[in-house]
Design a protein around this ligand. Structure first.
Ligand code: TGC
Ligand code: FAD
Length: 392
């Protein structure tokens, strides 16, 4: 892969909306991605391996629990800093951002929000430092968009719970030390349980042959009469709203992350178009390629503004789930469209691993599906504005 020459587009001077702390956090993440991710990521994606050696660096830039209070090992940052870290990581690779999203919003967040003090103290500092990695089990083979239909369940056996069922498409599963698993009790109510690697009957087979998110490890979670200690149940929230609350936080991070992938594709295509000569002039001087590039920067700028405003609302505790859905849907779609156009600007070179664009494009096929598909987020907006749920 070529040297990382990334220069971040900021067409509307949005840097002026950021605090010094935001810029410091963002620039540290940007530099780290340039130094530690860009030089190796293509190779790991080609090999379909997660680069374990970057875990410590992710922890050091605050990517594990950016907004979790410092007393639990988190970085204690605001929502815009959290978003900017996700943007920079996904500029490098969506799979690396996935690992950070899952750790922060799908594992640390529920332990912080729905766990008790002993659980927070036991798990959060280790997750923040990367000593422990976590995964989040919601999706099942027969329940993806409709997680409320899940069949994974646990029975109260007096001194422990007995957990049975299976989860599928679980990011980080193959190497996670712990899993936050969503399962129904005997009354059908959904609860979160912390399942630890090594518990008898708990296995995590890896999912192979992915054409997307190849540098992220994906697997299943299988529970065959797993005895889960009672103290591993997250006591402070139950019902489908509990896992969906975690998704709000992760989807918000993805809305920022997708901008990172789009910026990288745009920046690469712009540089290439200015250098690539055909018919005795740079292809950047042709109207067709300018149309592509001009539309890209327009869409990136709109997405940046949408997401910045959402961050302000999140900081004030006013962002709704439906507003988050709109940003996740818009920005991921924006990024995938830009990746496809950017790929064309590079012609044949665009399909090679010399450039990041094809990897981003393939990664974004997962990003547009996980954390709620493109369709589901549209239906969430539809429900919000009409008051009528069209899912069922
Ligand atoms: P519905 O009846 O609408 O709601 C059930 C309860 O949940 C509450 N709720 C929410 N709470 C917090 N945040 C949200 N976003 C919420 N959305 C709904 C709701 O108020 C209700 O509460 P209560 O107290 O009245 O019971 O539920 P439904 O069954 O009709 O489903 C609604 C729907 C389709 C929107 C929801 O199921 C959904 O979002 N489906 C998509 C599933 C999904 O996103 N799965 C993601 C799995 S994790 C993942 O993909 C990780 S990828 C990680 C990575 O690598 O980055
Ligand atoms: P389905 O729900 O079967 O949907 C198939 C199609 O039908 C989609 O186009 C969908 O939009 C459409 N559809 C569904 N319902 C409706 C409706 N009511 N109206 C109109 N259209 C509809 N899950 C986790 O729990 N944890 C993870 O860490 C995790 N990581 C993932 C990593 C990867 C790489 C991938 C690909 C997925 C991951 N997922 C994870 C699962 C992901 O959240 C689901 O794939 C996603 O929610 C969609 O579920 P599904 O694949 O079963 O598709």
């Amino acid at each position: 892969m070529r040297p990382d020459l990334f220069q971040a587009p900021d067409y509307y001077n949005l840097d002026e909306l950021l605090t010094d702390e935001h810029k410091l956090v963002r620039d540290a993440a940007r530099e780290w991605v340039k130094r530690e991710v860009s030089p190796i990521i293509e190779d790991y994606a080609q090999k379909a391996e997660f680069p374990n050696q970057i875990i410590k660096g992710l922890a050091d830039i605050g990517a594990f629990g950016p907004y979790i209070p410092e007393e639990y090992g988190g970085a204690g940052l605001d929502q815009i800093s959290y978003g900017l870290i996700m943007q920079e990581i996904e500029r490098g690779d969506s799979g690396v951002r996935s690992t950070a999203s899952v750790q922060s919003s799908l594992v640390m967040y529920p332990i912080w929000k729905y766990g008790n003090e002993e659980q927070r103290k036991k798990y959060l500092p280790k997750l923040a430092s990367g000593e422990f990695m976590g995964c989040f089990g919601l999706t099942e083979p027969d329940h993806g968009s409709n997680p409320g239909g899940m069949i994974t369940n646990f029975k109260d056996m007096g001194d422990h719970y007995l957990l049975n069922g299976a989860k599928m498409w679980i990011s980080n599963a193959p190497f996670a030390n712990i899993a936050v698993v969503w399962a129904k009790d005997e009354t059908g109510r959904i609860h979160g349980l912390v399942v630890e690697r090594g518990m008898e009957g708990f296995t995590t087979p890896e999912t192979h042959n992915k054409w997307s998110l190849r540098a992220s490890a994906t697997g299943e979670l299988i529970f065959d009469n797993v005895k889960v200690p009672k103290e591993n149940l997250l006591p402070n929230k139950s019902g489908l709203g509990a896992p969906l609350g975690c998704l709000d936080s992760a989807r918000y991070g993805i809305a920022w992350g997708a901008i990172g992938a789009a910026m990288d594709c745009y920046d690469t295509a712009l540089r290439y178009a200015k250098e690539r000569i055909q018919f005795d002039k740079p292809i950047a001087g042709t109207q067709l390629q300018q149309k592509k590039l001009a539309e890209m920067i327009t869409e990136i700028t709109k997405a940046q503004l949408l997401t910045w405003r959402l961050g302000v609302l999140r900081n004030e505790g006013r962002a709704t789930s439906a507003q988050i859905s709109m940003a996740k849907r818009n920005n991921v779609n924006m990024a995938i469209e830009i990746a496809r156009e950017a790929r064309q600007i590079l012609g044949g070179m665009g399909i090679t691993g010399e450039y990041s664009i094809m990897r981003h494009m393939m990664n974004l096929e997962s990003v547009i599906t996980y954390e709620g598909t493109h369709d589901i987020h549209l239906l969430i907006t539809g429900m919000d504005i009409t008051g009528i749920a069209a899912f069922k």
